[in-house]
Design a protein around this ligand. Sequence first.
Ligand code: MD3
Ligand code: FE
Length: 227
Amino acid sequence: MIDDLFAGMDLYDDRREAPAEGALVLHGYGRTEAPAFLAAVGQIAEEAPFRHIVTPAGYRMSVAVTSCGPLGWATDAQGYRYSPIEPESGRPWPPMPKEFSDLARRAAAEAGFSGFAPDTCLINRYAVGSRISLHQDKHEATYDAPIVSLSLGLPAIFLFGGFERSAPTTRIILGHGDVMVWGGPSRLRYHAVQPIKPGWHPDTGEFRISLTFRKAGRPRREGVSGA
Ligand code: MD3
Ligand code: FE
């Protein structure tokens, strides 16, 4: 009876799922920080507006993106790359708020990846119907670091697959405040986000926003100054 009453309420969902080796889903892990993070996203988007990337093949993505941190995700006719400069404005990306990198570092440590120091946070904004088709994240200079993501707003059906496009996929429902960590042997798994279903979330309205933390550039050797 009580279960029925709370069915569909994810307010107290703090389940942990380990869907594969090196992968951990921490439901609700970022829920308390979510309002502050969304306010920060709003400020970042004033400096570096959300843009619909046009792929090198000329296809306009349904997801709008921006970035913060030393590196950001830049795409144009020359292809995909991480760049310290936002190509459209010629300016550096907004700095990554310390609360962002702190959350990513703590979540990575929960999954056994200590010392995660992301140098980019990609911010994806999904309107209803937006999706990301099956792909691997392989534009980073190193695959040693995990990838950490925080989902905000409307829920998504996330699919994670194997190491070939044709491998079977498993669904994970990602709700407001859910954090995922993918590292080690899962770092190069194919994954996708299914089209966002119509809905409304009190904190994001008709959108889903994901923050994805990566170590994209070459690791600097510590203790070496100058250069
Ligand atoms: C699993 N974004 O931007 S983030 C992307 O929810 C992207 O916006 C999705 O895929 C989103 O490239 C998922 C979580 C994520 C990121 C990288 C992974 C999951 C991953 C790499 C391997 C396996
Ligand atoms: Fe991805």
